[in-house]
Every structure is written in structure tokens, then in C-alpha cells.
Design a protein around this ligand. Structure first.
Ligand SMILES: Nc1ncnc2c1ncn2[C@@H]1O[C@H](COP(=O)(O)OP(=O)(O)O)[C@@H](O)[C@H]1O
Ligand SMILES: [Mg+2]
Length: 233
């Protein structure tokens, strides 16, 4: 199948400092790609580039086979690219219901958005009137996911979904991510610590100091290689 999102030889920099040295990455509809690597490797930058939030210094970004290098963030969003940034997916001072209400700009009704959210994560229904910032970290991530899904994305990108969460909650979130992919969405997940995501990923890439050092099916050999790369970095 053809990739819906593709980074080809992408280089990116902050001022004069290059942090991505020509990375290749592709995600197909209905598949989950995990982008792993130590802190500072460039994972978040790669997602920002894919969402048009950070510029491509050289190389190309393709969406549905079309060269969209340099396209504006909002145009990529309209084309179905959704980035849930690290720890910033919800408005903490608003209730769950109001966080969801904001997504009616997509053209979907409040009822439809709430139904989608509360059927996926029933706990959010129970928390509907609660201020988002007072919920557990896991519940906030569930809400962030539902806000993202309200845009009906073709490509969903998640930055450190599991950060600071208990393993059981992480499993539950990734179960839903797998379900989202089964519905045809292309998913690109960034994680610093890998374990759970490898269980659901179809393909994984390890980024070290701005270069993809290893990529492939996340089997036992991949995990061995991953451990070695982490130890060496
Ligand atoms: N806004 C920024 N300005 C300057 N340097 C940055 C900025 N954001 C990230 N960097 C640097 O770019 C490199 C990659 O960062 P990042 O993409 O956040 O890595 P990761 O998500 O893998 O931890 C790091 O060396 C980081 O210090
Ligand atoms: Mg990061």
C-alpha cells in the first residue's frame, strides 16, 4: 500500500544547528509506526515537521503522494494531519464537555463528538462536567485523543502519549490507538521508552542524534538492536 505520510531525506534545524540529518519515514493508512529514541534525538522535531509546525530545511514531505513541503500547518490540518503534542492536548481550565465543544469547528455536532468520545472512553462521560486539569494524566490523554479524533484525521501523530502514566493506563490508551489504526488511520507514535508501543506497532524506527539508526518490524531482533542503541547513546 502507498504511504499517506512520507518524510524523504528531511533535514531540520533550529537556527544554525541541524537536529534532523536527512530522515526517511513513511506511514501507510491503517498502520502504526513507532518513532523511538533517547531524549534530544529529534523525535518531536520530526513530528513538528510532519505537521508543518517546523520548517523543512531540505528534503521533502509528502501527503497522499503529493509534495507538501513548505505547506502551512492549517492546510496540512485540513488535509487530515493531526498532531497531539506532548502533554498539551487539552485546555486544563475547561471542562471535558467544553474541551469537546471546541471541536465543533470541524462541522461535527456537539452530540456526535461527545458520543464518539464517551463510547470510546466511558470514563470521560462520567467526568463530563469536571475541569480537565483536575483529571488524572491518563484521562487527560484520553480527552486529547478524542479532541484529535474529532477532526477525523487521516494521519494521527502522538508525542509521548505514555509520559508519566501508569503501565495499565498506557496499555489501555494504546489499545485504543490500535483500534483507531484498524479503522484506517495512519498513526505515527513517538515514545522515548518503548515497550508497550512495540506491541502494537507494525513498523518502528530508532532515531539517535537526528539520524534513523535502525528501522524495521519490531520483532525480537529489533528489540535487541534497540537496547544496544540506547546503551550506546
Ligand atoms: N525550540 C528549540 N530551539 C532550539 N533547539 C531546540 C528547540 N527544540 C528542540 N531543540 C533541540 O533539538 C534537538 C532535538 O529536540 P527534540 O526534537 O525535542 O528531541 P526529542 O523529542 O527526541 O527529545 C535537541 O538537541 C533539542 O535541544
Ligand atoms: Mg520530544
Amino acid at each position: 500500500m502507498n504511504a499517506i505520510l512520507e518524510l524523504r531525506g528531511v533535514r531540520a534545524a533550529y537556527d544554525e544547528i541541524t537536529v534532523l540529518h536527512g530522515i526517511d519515514l513513511a506511514v501507510e493508512p491503517g498502520r502504526i509506526v513507532a518513532l523511538l529514541g533517547p531524549n534530544g534525538a529529534g523525535k518531536t522535531t520530526a513530528l513538528k515537521v510532519a505537521a508543518g509546525v517546523h520548517p523543512v530545511a531540505s528534503g521533502q514531505l509528502f501527503l497522499g503522494g503529493r509534495d507538501v513541503t513548505g505547506a502551512a500547518t492549517r492546510d496540512l490540518a485540513r488535509a487530515g494531519v493531526c498532531l497531539i503534542p506532548e502533554g498539551r492536548g487539552v485546555f486544563p481550565n475547561l471542562t471535558v464537555r467544553d474541551n469537546l465543544l471546541m471541536m465543533t469547528f470541524t462541522g461535527r455536532s456537539r452530540e456526535e463528538i461527545e458520543e464518539l468520545a464517551f463510547s470510546r472512553f466511558p470514563i470521560l462521560g462520567k467526568r463530563a462536567s469536571q475541569t480537565a486539569g483536575t483529571m488524572s494524566g491518563g484521562e487527560q490523554q484520553m480527552l486529547a485523543l478524542c479532541r484529535g479524533l474529532a477532526t477525523d484525521p487521516a494521519v494521527l501523530m502522538l508525542d509521548e502519549l505514555s509520559m508519566g502514566l501508569a503501565p495499565l493506563i498506557v496499555d489501555q490508551l494504546y489499545e485504543q490507538v490500535a483500534e483507531i489504526a484498524r479503522q484506517g488511520v495512519a498513526v505515527l507514535v513517538v515514545e522515548q521508552f518503548a515497550q508497550t508501543v512495540l506491541d502494537i506497532a507494525d513498523h518502528a524506527a530508532v532515531l539517535v542524534r537526528g539520524r534513523v539508526q535502525h528501522q524495521g518490524v519490531p520483532d525480537a531482533d529489533f528489540r535487541t538492536e534497540l537496547a544496544a542503541l540506547y546503551l550506546g547513546s
